[in-house]
Design a protein around this ligand. Structure first.
Ligand code: UDP
Ligand code: MG
Length: 339
């Protein structure tokens, strides 16, 4: 099993995380494992601590990014380098208990290619819990694939699924969505998510909102279709209104004591203007979301840049880092037949 642990400024907790993993996984003698720590450009002592851990423990692999590329990039790097038959993803802050990994691994042995954690209870603030809940509900309604409620990146997956994730060329990576998209036999594993063991959360609220937006815009074109619908309804309303006003004017009919000729109509003009400017701005914004994403994909920039690697070989690195050798010797990135 390969266990991927993304770390960003986790010096306060990373040693205990490693000790826990070692205690938990080391006790099982029926499989061997590697732990891939991906240091996502930490600015504290995390890289030094990880190097130290690696010195003492040869099962530890280390990938260090040249700067902070974000959690999803860190996990992607881990998947690109994982060599296990089963690949696990776990946070560095011990919110996902290592014991659960063993239980998930057992499920994997039962034949499930993806065993993902489903958070039963969260030990986080009321507002954050409400936002998570709201996001997963909206996401489930909108996404064009079936996505499970309250499942994070914490999971054990089969080599086959890891290979599918590696082969996906898209840069805007929302892994729990891509993992659901990959298919195979998937099963949820309910567990209680602890509070962070030490240190501050590394995801700010703004970054969480951005992650949620990736979930929706990368997996759904409902917002786009919603514009057309809103446009249709708005213009149909305008045409009906125009006909109504014309008839009122011609036959001098009063509705609620009002006839169009009574008033200059500044208020309605103003309101209409306001309404349609609003719809137009909203539509532009939504279109902009997709355009921005296309722009991001078209640039073909690598998802991350590796500054240092310990215990992992270069050939594997070429998948998404864009590190180059003469073109002929760079292995073709595996592609799926259809998507
Ligand atoms: N993380 C990362 N890069 C970042 C932000 C977070 O690698 O830019 C890692 C972090 O070290 C942790 C995991 O992603 O292992 C989840 O982060 P955090 O605990 O802050 O998120 P939360 O659990 O609050 O959603
Ligand atoms: Mg956390």
């Amino acid at each position: 099993m390969s266990v991927i642990v993304p770390c960003f400024n986790e010096s306060e907790v990373i040693s205990s995380t490693h000790a826990e993993l070692d205690r938990c996984l080391g006790a099982s003698h029926d499989f061997s494992f590697e732990i891939i720590y991906v240091d996502d450009g930490s600015r504290d002592a995390t890289p030094a601590i990880l190097r130290d851990i690696r010195k003492r423990d040869p099962r530890v692999k280390l990938i260090r990014f040249s700067r902070n590329f974000g959690h999803q990039a860190a996990v992607s790097a881990g998947i690109d380098h994982a060599s296990g038959d089963a690949v696990a993803i776990m946070d560095a802050d011990l919110q996902d208990p290592p014991e659960v990994l063993l239980a998930m691994l057992a499920k994997w042995r039962d034949g499930f290619e993806v065993v993902y954690g489903v958070r039963l209870k969260r030990k986080e603030g009321l507002f954050k819990r409400f936002c998570y809940r709201a996001f997963y509900l909206v996401w489930q309604k909108m996404a064009d694939i079936h996505v499970p409620l309250d499942s994070g990146d914490f999971c054990v997956m089969d080599r086959q699924v890891a290979d599918v994730l590696r082969s996906l060329p898209e840069n805007g990576r929302f892994l729990r969505g891509l993992r659901a998209w990959a298919g195979f036999r998937q099963c949820g594993f309910p567990y209680e998510r602890d509070a962070r063991r030490a240190g501050e959360p590394k995801y700010s609220f703004v970054r969480l909102v951005r992650l949620a937006a990736s979930g929706i815009f990368n997996f759904s074109d409902v917002p786009l279709r919603f514009i057309s619908l809103a446009g249709l309804v708005a213009s149909a309303g305008a045409i009906l209104g125009a006909v109504l006003l014309l008839l009122q004017r011609l036959f001098e009919v009063r509705i609620f004591g009002y006839a169009p000729q009574d008033m200059p109509g500044y208020t309605s003009l103003f309101l209409a203007l306001q309404f349609f400017s609003g719809i137009q701005l909203l539509s532009l914004g939504i279109i902009g979301e997709y355009v921005a994403r296309m722009y991001g994909e078209i640039k073909r920039r690598p998802v991350y840049v590796v500054a240092e690697r310990l215990g992992v070989s270069l050939v594997e690195q070429q998948v998404r880092t864009g590190e180059t050798e003469p073109a002929s010797t760079v292995p073709e990135r595996p592609r799926l037949a259809s998507s």
